[in-house]
Ligand binder design. Structure first.
Ligand code: SF4
Length: 258
């Protein structure tokens, strides 16, 4: 697989995002899908992907704890593009047992509890979808977090055994919002209320000026624990080693440029 990935990287080194997406969408048909959290980056990719291939697969993981604004964004996106978006839920019996045993908000009590909730509500449903795919597309950007600086446009997802495309990996937040405005892409209204990164309602809050882009996620935990397990890199959870927001990497001043 290393050879395949390095060939693909070489082949598409100079290609634009559209050419990259067009190749993979045509080559892999219904074995490729965009994983969307309905955040700004994923909305950009939804627009790009559907302009290239109107019947491309896009899926959302509905944890059951998403903010109403995220559901409203899903509704707006369905209407805007006039098509369905796949939605995946966690296993009913697993959620019932988890909440019966631990209560509805047990994830605040420890990192282990929180990771368990993320595992049941996000990671397991993701694995179920990835099992139907050869390639998944994500909205990851290097600028989002120090641990993402080493990511490439084309990766081999060792944990899940498939190719992973990160077409916006080099983009700045400004580029994301320029695209949204220029193409009139629907977006989550929480972005207008200082939520740069949006996850489940009980685990997301707005950030203050100067704070790190992901500081509103699991804000009660230490920064090195702030990943949910959706994105692994070379088989390891992408963890933050330091909580040192810098001017270039993830300060909230880039949150939503005017
Ligand atoms: S983000 Fe919070 S509510 Fe959502 S799955 Fe993780 S711990 Fe559970």
């Amino acid at each position: 697989m290393k050879e395949l990935v390095s060939d693909l990287r070489e082949r598409f080194a100079e290609s634009g995002i559209e050419d990259l997406l067009r190749h993979f969408l045509n080559e892999y048909g219904h074995r490729i899908a965009l994983a969307s959290s309905l955040g700004a980056e994923d909305q950009v990719l939804t627009d790009m992907v559907l302009k290239i291939k109107p019947d491309a697969r896009i899926f959302v993981l509905d944890t059951g704890r998403l903010p109403q604004e995220t559901y409203a964004t899903l509704t707006a996106t369905r209407k805007h593009y006039g098509r369905n978006i796949e939605v995946y839920f966690p296993d009913t019996a697993a959620v019932e047992k988890m909440e019966s045993d631990m209560g509805p908000d047990f994830f605040y009590e420890s990192v282990a509890n929180r990771l368990y909730c993320c595992q049941v509500r996000k990671v397991q449903p993701l694995k179920r979808v990835l099992g139907t795919l050869d390639v998944w597309i994500t909205g990851l950007r290097r600028e989002q977090a120090p641990t993402r600086t080493g990511l490439q446009r084309i990766e081999w997802d060792e944990t899940n055994g498939l190719l992973k495309l990160n077409p916006l990996i080099d983009w700045s937040t400004q580029q994301v919002w320029n695209y949204i405005r220029e193409h009139q892409v629907p977006y989550n209204p929480l972005h207008d209320r200082n939520y740069p990164s949006i996850g489940c309602a009980p685990c997301t809050r707005p950030v203050a000026p100067g704070e790190d882009l992901r500081s509103g996620r699991w804000w009660w935990e230490k920064p090195e624990h702030k990943e949910c397990g959706l994105h692994y890199h070379n088989g390891k959870l992408l963890r933050r080693k330091a909580y040192e927001p810098t001017g270039e990497t993830g300060e909230s001043k880039h949150l939503h440029p005017a």
